[in-house]
Design a protein around this ligand. Structure first.
Ligand code: PFF
Length: 441
């Protein structure tokens, strides 16, 4: 396999941001925030992004670039004869689990593009908008077909190895999505009754902050940044030595956070203005946005463009997920890209069908991957830094571009002590609260 590389700084950041920005920002973030009480969750989320997720992202980039190999090979090469490569296996499992439900949601998004384009979402009442989502998500045939269309498209891109082509398009299309989000936000905050939604997002009520909310904020920050499973380690291996890894990581995280925040600012005012329960779960985006499109000038056009661009954002993330599975199958069994893509897609399709048919399986995959597999993976990835690489090697890698990394000491302290401790503590508190053992009251 020829080593692929991104020669421009924009190329590497765009690809990593393409993986990070997706349904996690626009579909998952608002619904998880809605279920966990709003602004207090947002604050914890920001804190976790800066103190936990950022060090993990920087570590993944550095490990990948140092080894110059995708995740499995990276851990094998940097720690020969040790078991650290198992991080790669857990990453493959995780990519597989996430792909299974991710394609279902991408499928809904595609279907909504079709519904908007054919005018079927126009002039629906709030009740009809809610009923449309209810029918969509509970129609097994529809869910399976659109999930397969999305998976097929992802497989097509991965099989031909044309991700870079998609990235070229997405570099142009993502700013358009951002612009549309801003336009919809402006309309949303000017709706009658929107202020309650803005307050929900921005004025924290800490009494709503349960251990579960803290746990989910952590999982969401990992899911949103695509960290904890080696995706970003693989991207790191494509980044040139001339680039500043820490500033690339900061750019990716800022873009990612900004889009999630704007998604919240678009959805909650809309939810409150139309009397929709913000805590209703995975359908939130689909039951709020069509209402606002119906109250906008050129609403149908905005709606088609919005859902279409969301499909593109989902596609770039979905590609990065499938790529993890395909790279593994190729490396493990030495088979061609096309064959391994076919095998990976067939497996994902089976579990995708299960997620389409059962909301219990869907929710389990969604929660288990974000809240358990990713933080678990991240814990081992950060432990790898002090236990295997050590401070000097890490500093050399992070300063390889020739400049310094002013916050290196802070990064290393967080990675060595704060991140492992915080992830373990949050896990333990949650297990106790699942077992209904109260430690706070
Ligand atoms: N970060 C993606 C999103 O926010 O939609 C989801 C994701 C993609 C998670 C790739 C993990 C991953 F490896």
């Amino acid at each position: 396999m020829a080593k692929e590389g991104f020669n421009s700084k924009m190329g590497a950041i765009a690809a990593a941001a393409g993986s990070a920005v997706g349904l996690g920002n626009i579909w998952r973030f608002p619904y998880v925030l809605g279920q966990n009480g709003g602004a207090a969750f947002l604050l914890i989320y920001v804190l976790f992004m800066m103190l936990i997720a950022m060090p993990v992202l920087i570590s993944e980039f550095a490990i990948g670039r140092k080894a110059g190999l995708p995740v499995l090979g990276a851990f094998k090469t940097l720690a020969p004869g040790k078991k650290w490569y198992l991080i790669g296996f857990s990453g493959v499992l995780c990519a597989f689990v996430i792909s299974s439900f991710y394609n279902v949601v991408s499928g809904w998004t595609m279907y909504y593009t079709y519904l908007s384009a054919t005018g079927q979402l126009a002039s629906l009442s709030e009740g009809e908008v809610a009923a449309t989502f209810q029918q969509t998500s509970s129609d097994p045939v529809l869910c399976v077909i659109w999930m397969l269309v999305m998976l097929g498209l992802t497989g097509f891109v991965v099989a031909r190895g044309v991700e870079k082509g998609i990235e070229q398009y997405s570099k142009v299309l993502m700013p358009v999505l951002l612009l549309l989000i801003v336009v919809v936000c402006i309309r949303a905050v000017s709706l009658d009754g929107a202020s309650e939604g803005v307050a929900f997002l921005l004025s924290p009520d800490f009494s709503k902050l349960s251990p579960k909310a803290i746990f989910e904020a952590l999982g969401q920050s990992f899911f949103s940044l695509s960290i904890g499973m080696g995706t970003m380690t693989t991207y790191g291996s494509y980044i040139s030595k001339k680039q500043n890894l820490s500033s690339s990581a900061v750019s990716v995280a800022m873009i990612d956070f900004f889009i999630a925040f704007l998604a919240g600012l678009m959805i909650f005012p809309c939810a409150f203005a139309f009397g929709i329960n913000p805590g209703q779960g995975p359908g939130l985006v689909f039951v709020t946005l069509p209402n606002i499109f119906n109250q906008m000038p050129m609403g149908q056009l905005v709606s088609v463009a919005f859902f279409f661009l969301l499909v593109v954002a989902a596609l770039t993330s979905s590609i990065s997920l499938l790529e993890v599975v395909v790279t593994f199958v190729r490396a493990q069994y030495g088979i061609r890209r096309k064959t391994s893509t076919f095998i990976a897609c067939s497996l994902v399709a089976v579990f995708g069908v299960a997620c389409s048919l059962s909301s219990t399986i869907f929710n389990f995959f969604d929660n288990f991957s974000a809240n358990v597999l990713l933080p678990g993976g991240a814990l081992f990835i950060v432990l790898f830094v002090p236990l295997v690489l050590g401070k000097k090697q890490m500093r050399d890698e992070l300063e390889a571009h020739g400049g310094g990394f002013r916050l290196f000491e802070a990064y290393y302290f967080l990675t060595k002590y704060v991140v492992p401790f915080a992830i373990s503590l949050i896990f333990i508190v949650n297990i106790l609260s699942w077992m209904d053992i109260k430690i706070f009251d």
